[in-house]
Design a protein around this ligand. Structure first.
Ligand SMILES: Nc1ncnc2c1ncn2[C@@H]1O[C@H](COP(=O)(O)OP(=O)(O)OP(=O)(O)O)[C@@H](O)[C@H]1O
Length: 313
């Protein structure tokens, strides 16, 4: 549905060059480190930024020169962009008034959306008195009330604590069933939970794009693997990527043979109740693993093998 053809946006210090991307209607995550160019791409899609060159299409229609308000895409910026001097009700109502909807219709739609997003008790409050999670939901309501064709979200969970983050993630899952969403994050766990498709962006370039199961199981290079939480392990002249849950750890006994296994020492341990994360020193680098038993301590020597891995080099 959205297609970017040869999009470039260039400032002196930063260049987004020749971006080509075809996004379908499924939940899409723009993922990548800070400063990669994710927000610029989203703003170009929203129409807030104009690319220096290239064209943008929606369902094959060229929308490059169509102003944001005529695209009918819901855009929620990183800082939510709520009007601080208006109540929540008036914030949500604003776009409907511009569309000249009658008072009764406005009221009906605001009531519906605020129930759906669980903000019906907040309608008379001022945005400055709301928590981050509440402000986020109001910002989403303000975008959704206009029945957008797509919802564009710039780091919707970045300012939230874990509890609020989980709530918003569940709500976004619900909304994602109703309309296409393009969502920016640099949190790969959030990407894993929500995305169907992942676009991985770094230094103004698209490094990888595809179904999340493929993208997360086949990191393109060492940098991407690190970003996805893989351990990077040098062994026998090769470079392996191994996810923490795919590292098998067992206690080393001096009469153990360990031809195919690596030997290491536990230098850190964090107990999460039903599992632990271990930091293990191997030669001159450390790796992380997940461990479910209670028989290991810091300082123990261990043998390491891999349940599943990718070869990076
Ligand atoms: N108006 C501007 N003028 C000059 N440089 C800009 C402008 N807007 C963005 N940039 C630069 O473009 C680069 C990419 O910015 P962008 O906001 O797209 O990154 P991002 O991937 O969304 O990062 P984050 O996750 O930190 O929000 C940054 O180096 C930023 O400083």
């Amino acid at each position: 549905m959205i297609e970017l053809k040869n999009i470039s946006k260039i400032w002196k210090e930063f260049q987004l060059k020749n971006i080509n991307l075809k996004l379908n209607n499924e939940y899409t995550i723009l993922l990548g480190p800070s400063g990669a160019g994710k927000s610029i791409i989203l703003k170009c899609i929203a129409g807030i930024l104009k690319p220096n060159s290239g064209r943008i299409y929606y369902n094959e229609e060229d929308i490059t020169d169509i102003p944001p308000e005529k695209r009918n895409f819901g855009y929620v910026p990183q800082n939510y962009g709520l009007f601080p001097h208006m109540t929540v009700y008036k914030n949500i109502e604003y776009g409907l008034k511009l569309k000249k909807l009658g008072k009764l219709e406005r009221e009906k739609r605001i009531n519906e959306i605020s129930e759906f997003l669980n903000i019906d008790k907040l309608l008379s409050r001022n945005p400055t008195t709301l928590s981050g999670g509440e402000q986020q939901r109001v910002a989403i309501a303000r975008a959704l009330i206009l029945n957008p064709k797509i919802l564009l979200l710039d780091e919707p969970t970045s300012a939230l604590d874990i509890h609020n983050k989980e709530n918003i993630i569940n709500e976004l899952k619900k909304i994602g069933e109703l309309l296409p969403i393009i969502h920016i994050t640099h949190d790969f766990l959030e990407a894993k939970m929500l995305g169907k498709n992942i676009v991985f962006i770094s230094n103004g370039e698209i490094i990888d794009y595809g179904d999340k199961n493929y993208i997360f199981n086949n990191p393109k290079n060492e940098k991407v693997a690190k970003f996805f939480g893989y351990n990077i392990i040098k062994y026998n002249g090769r470079l392996y990527g191994v996810e923490p849950h795919n590292i098998i750890v067992k206690k080393y006994n001096s009469n153990d043979k360990y031809e195919d296994e690596l030997r290491g020492e536990i230098v850190g341990m964090y107990d999460f109740g039903h599992y632990k994360t271990l930091t293990i020193l191997l030669d001159d680098f450390t790796i992380k693993s997940i461990y479910y038993k209670d028989d290991l301590n810091i300082g123990d020597k261990v043998l390491i093998s891999f349940k599943k891995y990718v070869i990076l080099k």
